[in-house]
Design a protein around this ligand. Structure first.
Ligand code: DP6
Length: 352
């Protein structure tokens, strides 16, 4: 028999960014970060894991292409950590044991994973991907829900930002202090029902693969950027506290401003990296100008932007301002321009 299950995982967008590691092997960051988890209608990864005695080795397909499992230290780490905690696989309906804990050694696993959004274009596809892989394997291997904190650490070993996708709503990833990383994990600060007015809008300006991966870019930044060291030590801690408080009190103007300042500082550290890394392009900068013009014209903050390691913009607004923001986006970027406005979520939902 083949034992199989499918799960879908959301991506998340950092409002205060993770950039830089103190331990690159297990993805321990130099600063804490916070994000919002998006709903799964527009941006998600769907992953199926199957185990069978007739499979001779572990295999993995990402968006239809087979990847070499043994070439990826991150995938191997997730497999190793989940397998170390394996329990009995039970039929969810009848509770009958399908695979006993001590039988797992004889079974290999095939993983099939699909994103419905551009991979590696700075839309946090690795976050959704590793969250999905971790969660799916944990279910297959019969890990109990009580291991949630450990799952967060396992997802983090796959990709740092992935630990934040295991919860919905507003999520903090505490950097932790320990060398083994057990205290470097995500925690939900506010659930998805906390702020239903909040609205995310993704402006896709490019779906090509980024030239410098987050992993490589942040390593060069850690090695060469004095601004990054200053940011992690002296700026982010205060900003995180302010962001958490602003989000809790639903202070949109404050959340948007902190988010924009943090995005700008993150991209400034990329420019301070030597040689510099450029993730934003002319279209990204036009969006930045558009948002500031929009806020100025409105006499209040109706919209904020943030950019990950790519040129695509993620805008945050409130439902009541959505028509204004969409109209501005469409005027600035008429359809012939390579810019597409996608409504990413009506509300920010968890859905694992
Ligand atoms: C700019 O989590 O993709 O999106 O841990 O090396 O896999 P690795 O990096 P990754 O980096 C994400 C960087 C970011 C900011 C963020 O999501 O916090």
């Amino acid at each position: 028999p083949v034992f199989s299950l499918t799960i879908s995982s959301p991506t998340n967008i950092a409002l205060i960014k993770y950039w830089g590691k103190r331990d690159a092997k297990i993805n321990l960051p130099i600063n804490s970060s916070v994000s919002v988890t998006l709903n799964q209608r527009d941006l998600r990864t769907v992953t199926t894991v199957s185990a069978s005695r007739s499979f001779s080795r572990d295999r993995l397909w990402l968006n239809g292409e087979e990847e070499d499992v043994n070439a990826s230290r991150r995938v191997l780490a997730v497999f190793r950590e989940v397998r170390a905690r394996a329990g009995d696989l039970r039929d969810p309906k009848t509770g009958q044991v399908l695979v006993r804990k001590d039988e797992w050694d004889g079974l290999r696993v095939w993983v099939v994973s699909e994103n419905n959004f551009p991979t590696a274009a700075g839309l946090a596809s690795s976050a959704a991907g590793y969250a999905a892989l971790t969660f799916a394997l944990s279910k297959l291997y019969g890990l109990p829900d009580s291991l949630a904190d450990e799952l967060s650490c396992i997802a983090r070993m796959g990709s740092g930002s992935a630990c934040r996708s295991l919860a919905g709503g507003f999520v903090a990833w505490d950097m932790g202090q320990r060398a083994d990383g057990v205290d470097s994990r995500a925690r939900q600060v506010a659930d998805e029902a906390h702020w239903p007015e909040l609205q995310v809008l993704v402006l896709v300006v490019s779906d090509t693969k980024k030239t410098v991966s987050s992993t490589a870019g942040m390593q060069t930044s850690v090695d060469t950027s004095p601004l990054l060291a200053h940011r992690a030590a002296a700026v982010v801690p205060g900003r995180l506290a302010e962001m958490e408080a602003a989000y809790q009190s639903r202070d949109f103007g404050k959340v948007a401003e902190l988010m924009m300042r943090d995005s700008n500082q993150f991209h400034a550290t990329c420019l301070d990296t030597y040689p510099p890394v450029f993730y934003m392009n002319d279209a990204s900068r036009a969006i930045v100008r558009m948002v500031h013009a929009l806020n100025e014209a409105a006499g209040e903050t109706v919209c904020g932007y943030t950019f990950d390691a790519g040129p695509n913009a993620v805008l945050l607004t409130l439902k009541r301002h959505l028509p204004t923001v969409l109209a501005a986006a469409n005027t600035h970027f008429p359809p012939k321009r390579p810019v597409e406005a996608t409504l990413a979520s009506e509300s920010l939902l968890a859905a694992l």
